[in-house]
Structure formats: C-alpha cells, structure tokens
Ligand binder design. Structure first.
Ligand SMILES: Nc1ncnc2c1ncn2[C@@H]1O[C@H](COP(=O)(O)OP(=O)(O)OP(=O)(O)O)[C@@H](O)[C@H]1O
Ligand SMILES: [Mg+2]
Length: 240
C-alpha cells in the first residue's frame, strides 16, 4: 500500500529578480519517506526546502500539506502569520549551523518549540530531556551550547526538531559542518528520530553517503528536478 502524501508541490516557481530559483517544481512526498535533495551549489535546493517548509513564499504554484488529524492545507498564498503557525504546529527544522541559542542550556534549547506552544516549562524540559537521552545526550542537559561538541550540538538541534512530535522534519545540510564519523552519528540520530518514528524527513545534502541512507534522492539543477529515484540502499528508514 502506498503511504499517503504529506506534501504535494505542483508547478512551484520562485523568482529573485531576473533569476528563477525554482522553475516549475512538482514533487509529492509521502508519509515515512526520507528524501535527500541534492544538486550543485545555487541549484535551488534551499529555496525548494524553504518553500516546502513554509519559510518563504513561492511566487507561483501550489503546495498542499496534509498532516495527521488536520485537513489538507494549501501553503501558497498564506499570510506570514499563518505560515508561522503551520511551522510551529506541524514542522520541525534542523540546519547546518544548528541555530541554538548560546545563552540557553542544552535542554532549554531542545524545549524551546514546546515553550513557544505554551507548554509549562517543567513539562517541556522533561520531554526535551527524554529526547536528549534517546539521542545519547543524557547528562548534558545543563551545558551551554558552547560547551558541547559540534555533533552533540547538532543532536540537541535534532531533539529540538522532535519535541513537538512534528510529522514532517526539514533539514538543510544537517551534517555539512561535521567530520565524517560525527556526520554518520548525527545521521543515525536524525533518521531514528524521524522516519524511525514514522515521521517524514526532507533533507538537503551534498554528501552522497548521507543521501544513500535516505529512501529517495531528488536531484535539482537550475531550479528544476532532473532526477528522482529510490536510493540504492532503499532502507525504509531508521538507524542502521
Ligand atoms: N534571498 C535571495 N535573494 C536573491 N537571490 C537568492 C536568494 N536566495 C537564493 N538566491 C539565489 O537563488 C539560487 C538558488 O539558491 P539556493 O540557496 O536555493 O541554492 P542551493 O542549491 O541551496 O545552494 P547551496 O548548495 O550553495 O546551499 C541561487 O542562484 C541564489 O543565489
Ligand atoms: Mg543551500
């Protein structure tokens, strides 16, 4: 049985002045997939990810987001505020530069999306600490971000992307700043936390080894999808 679509993009266009960063992209992403988006620098990967994630608004086309327990939502044409609510309620994010707040502790950083949703601090931090423990970070809760290694900080960012239970997680070069051993560990954590829990992962990466661990590879060139295939390993998700 084919899993149901969570994101359906049709004819996406994003224009920066004279440049078409996205030139008619159509893509359907189904529940539980891990999709690696690859392509040369400047090809439009981040632009595509940010449109799908309701971070930026495309100039044309359609993106329908369907998450469990909610009616399908058209993202194109929504106000900034509506997009922010959808990001907060349904989506998780992990970036290359983990974007953690240095003045907060690790557990406070991981708990942030829950605090922003109005969850009580104690409950939010308990839940965040549980995710940290799952990702191998027990005992590091009260460290500041500057006192963590790059791989540990990135796992805090992964915990932060999971705490709300977001059904779709977006990652833009989540292992881009890490050495290869740490990169493999962080990828294990990310796949376990997302597809391993039945969630959907959409990830930009330059790293063919990282992409090969995803269930599908989408290649972008000059703002268009030029290839779309199951990855060689075809693991249906989860850590090795
Ligand atoms: N805010 C912006 N204003 C103007 N042009 C932009 C903006 N963001 C991206 N672009 C341009 O759009 C094109 C696609 O950019 P994008 O960031 O999506 O590339 P990318 O594939 O993610 O590249 P990289 O691998 O270097 O991160 C590039 O030519 C880029 O210069
Ligand atoms: Mg990019």
């Amino acid at each position: 049985m084919t899993p149901s679509p969570v994101l359906t993009a049709t004819g996406l266009v994003k224009q920066y002045g004279a440049l078409r960063a996205l030139d008619g992209v159509s893509l359907t992403i189904r529940a539980g997939e891990s999709v690696a988006v690859m392509g040369a620098s400047g090809s439009g990967k981040t632009t595509l990810l940010q449109c799908l994630a309701a971070v930026i608004a495309p100039d044309g086309g359609s993106i329908v987001l369907t998450v469990p327990g909610a009616a399908p939502r058209e993202l194109v044409g929504l106000s900034e505020g509506d997009r922010a609510r959808i990001r907060r309620d349904s989506l998780g994010f992990v970036f290359q530069e983990h974007l953690l707040l240095p003045e907060l502790t690790a557990v406070e950083n991981a708990a942030l999306p829950l605090l922003l949703k109005g969850v009580r601090r104690q409950d939010a931090e308990r839940h965040a600490a549980a995710w940290m423990a799952t990702l191998g970070l027990a005992g590091l809760e009260t460290r500041r971000i500057g006192q963590l290694s790059g791989g540990q900080a990135q796992r805090v960012a992964i915990a932060r992307a999971q705490v709300t239970g977001a059904p779709v997680v977006f990652a833009d070069e989540p292992t881009g700043a890490l050495d290869s051993a740490t990169s493999a560990e962080v990828l294990d954590a990310l796949l376990f936390a997302t597809t391993g829990q039945g969630r959907t992962l959409v990830m930009v990466t330059h790293d063919a080894d990282v992409a090969a661990r995803c269930s599908r590879i989408v290649r972008v060139s000059d703002g268009r999808i030029v290839a779309d295939s199951a990855a060689a390993s075809l693991s249906s998700g989860g850590a090795r």
